[in-house]
Design a protein around this ligand. Structure first.
Ligand SMILES: NC(=O)c1ccc[n+]([C@@H]2O[C@H](COP(=O)([O-])OP(=O)(O)OC[C@H]3O[C@@H](n4cnc5c(N)ncnc54)[C@H](O)[C@@H]3O)[C@@H](O)[C@H]2O)c1
Length: 342
């Protein structure tokens, strides 16, 4: 396989997970980085021995790129993805795909029309505990999920938002604890349930933040076509980042899952458990513990799909499922918090 020529757009917090992965993977060569903040582009270019751009249009014109990685504020993801498709470039975007569902749908359609790969990062699906639970649901040992709940209690004080020019805003982030943090755990539960949501109920609040205007607390219920009920609770008013928790009641047992471990208790009394192991050993030079270590696994899978060696696992089309749920949570908020604020 010829090395893919890749670039990263957005050199903020998460970019290190992409840049370290690119450096560690044989299939790709980093040819440029881009950030509108020149000092961030320059620092990443120096660290990873590559070229720096501050305008991605200029980078598209000057570099012959196969793939771009998008590590941008949420509202820019589909805008830049569509520009890339127009330039014939495959796109791997950080979550969420977009703020508005319609934008995500049109980006997926455009990728299909252009015959390009469009992947969305949900690296928690590649945590070994998540993979074991999915395997046991699919192979029938656990069987289908009948009911579930997800809990996230994390710490995002006002100064977390004060340090960002886009987080905590409706127009650039698109929401708070749901679209940014709980999206991963709700995606995991939805992936396990693997049925179509028929009703999404939610209640959103900002209970304890002054600088940022989006929700810091959310709870609700998702009803599925197959009868499964998923309850969710998420809030950013805790003092530490507790491990997220997903509980599932399945046909033949129950599951307790966090990003770090899974404990499956089967109805016959046997217990199966696993702790998270990095599947690709990459010397990540930054990142937060709860991001896990699986970015390189998903990036590798994406490159194999671009090379035609594999079907893309978390495609834009697949990610539309969680995008629809996230957008419905904001749309259906019975507190009308999002609508009052916008
Ligand atoms: N997968 C995960 O677990 C995970 C974890 C953290 C963040 N993320 C996601 O990664 C994305 C980025 O988050 P972050 O925390 O790194 O944000 P950040 O603010 O640290 O970085 C974003 C960068 O984009 C740059 N930028 C803005 N407009 C640009 C433009 N037009 N052209 C080029 N660069 C531009 C900014 O200057 C900034 O450096 C978000 O979608 C976020 O939700 C995912």
């Amino acid at each position: 396989m010829n090395k893919l020529k890749v670039a990263v757009i957005g050199c903020g917090n998460i970019s290190v997970m992409h840049l370290d992965s690119i450096e560690a993977l044989d299939e790709a060569e980093l040819v440029a980085v881009c950030d509108i903040k020149p000092e961030r582009a320059a620092a990443a270019a120096e660290k990873y021995h590559t070229k720096a751009y501050t305008d991605y249009h200029e980078m598209f014109a000057k570099e012959k790129l196969d793939v771009i990685h998008l590590c941008l504020p949420h509202y820019l993801h589909t805008i830049v993805a569509k520009d890339a498709f127009q330039a014939g470039i495959h796109v791997l975007s950080e979550k969420p795909m977009s703020i508005r569902y319609e934008d995500a749908v049109s980006a997926v359609e455009m990728a299909e029309q252009c015959g390009l790969q469009y992947g969305i990062i949900f690296q928690c699906r590649y945590n070994t505990p998540s993979m074991l639970v999915k395997k046991r649901i699919v192979d029938g040992r656990l069987g289908a999920v009948k009911c579930g709940r997800t809990t996230l209690t994390w710490y995002r004080p006002d100064n977390y938002y004060g340090g960002s020019d886009w987080k905590g805003t409706w127009d650039k982030e698109g929401g708070g604890v749901i679209i940014d943090q709980a999206i991963h755990s709700i995606d995991l539960a939805n992936w396990f349930i693997d049925s179509t949501p028929v009703e999404v109920q939610s209640s959103l609040h900002n209970r304890n933040h002054e600088i940022m205007v989006v929700e810091d607390s959310a709870e609700g219920l998702i009803k599925y076509e197959n009868g499964c009920l998923l309850s969710f609770f998420a809030m950013n008013n805790y003092l530490i980042d507790e491990p997220i928790e997903i509980r599932l009641v399945c046909e033949h047992g129950t599951v307790r899952l966090s990003y770090d471990e899974a404990v499956i208790t089967y109805d016959d009394g046997t217990v199966e458990s696993v702790v998270n192991q990095p599947q690709k050993i990459v010397a990540y030079t930054g990142g937060k513990p709860y991001w896990g270590k699986q970015h390189a696994v998903q990036i590798d899978q994406f490159y194999r799909a671009v090379a035609g060696l594999d079907a893309l696992e978390i495609s834009g089309k697949e990610a539309l499922k969680i995008q629809k749920i996230i957008c419905d949570i904001y749309q259906n908020d019975d507190n009308k918090f999002a609508k009052k604020q916008r």
